[in-house]
Design a protein around this ligand. Structure first.
Ligand SMILES: [Zn+2]
Length: 157
């Protein structure tokens, strides 16, 4: 994915660039406490291998996407689909049922993806599943809720 084409598409839609601890990312105001967040994976200096776009809670430290995310795999898809992705995410930020855990109803869900060599499918897991995950006998979860019936990743080729 051509990096400058993708960056230009994000700037044109009101995103701003932020230099973070683990590389650069882009944010744009959403509604209420939600922020639109675009995280490029850099393949080389002039190219991205993909860009994930989703919602994050603005005050949250170390922004990470809650609920389903859009995964853009080409500069053309970025240019063509970004306005639609943004309007879908803005609608999603006004109705958080696609981001809130269906089991506890209080926490949000985040993406769990298999590492290479693992064969399970990506899914959305309650934030409570990460909270208390220790080792051995201390291993426990505040909530093991998962979200079904919602695509965790919407791919744009
Ligand atoms: Zn939960």
């Amino acid at each position: 994915m051509n990096r400058s084409v993708c960056d230009a598409a994000l700037y044109a839609e009101g995103f701003r660039n932020i230099q973070g601890l683990f590389g650069e990312f882009f944010v744009r105001a959403g509604s209420g406490e939600w922020e639109l967040y675009a995280y490029p994976e850099v393949a080389s200096g002039a190219a991205y291998s993909r860009i994930d776009i989703g919602l994050t809670r603005a005050p949250e430290q170390g922004r990470s996407i809650r609920g389903p995310r859009h995964r853009v795999l080409s500069a053309q898809a970025m240019t063509n689909n970004l306005p639609r992705i943004i309007s879908e995410l803005l609608a999603q930020s006004l109705d958080d049922t696609r981001m809130r855990c269906p089991k506890c109803g209080t926490r949000y869900v985040h993406l769990k993806e298999p590492h290479s060599g693992q064969s399970w499918s990506p899914f959305l897991s309650c934030d409570g599943a990460a909270m208390l995950s220790g080792r051995g006998a201390n291993r426990g979860f505040a909530c093991d809720g998962t979200m079904r019936g919602v695509a965790p990743i919407i791919v744009h080729k």
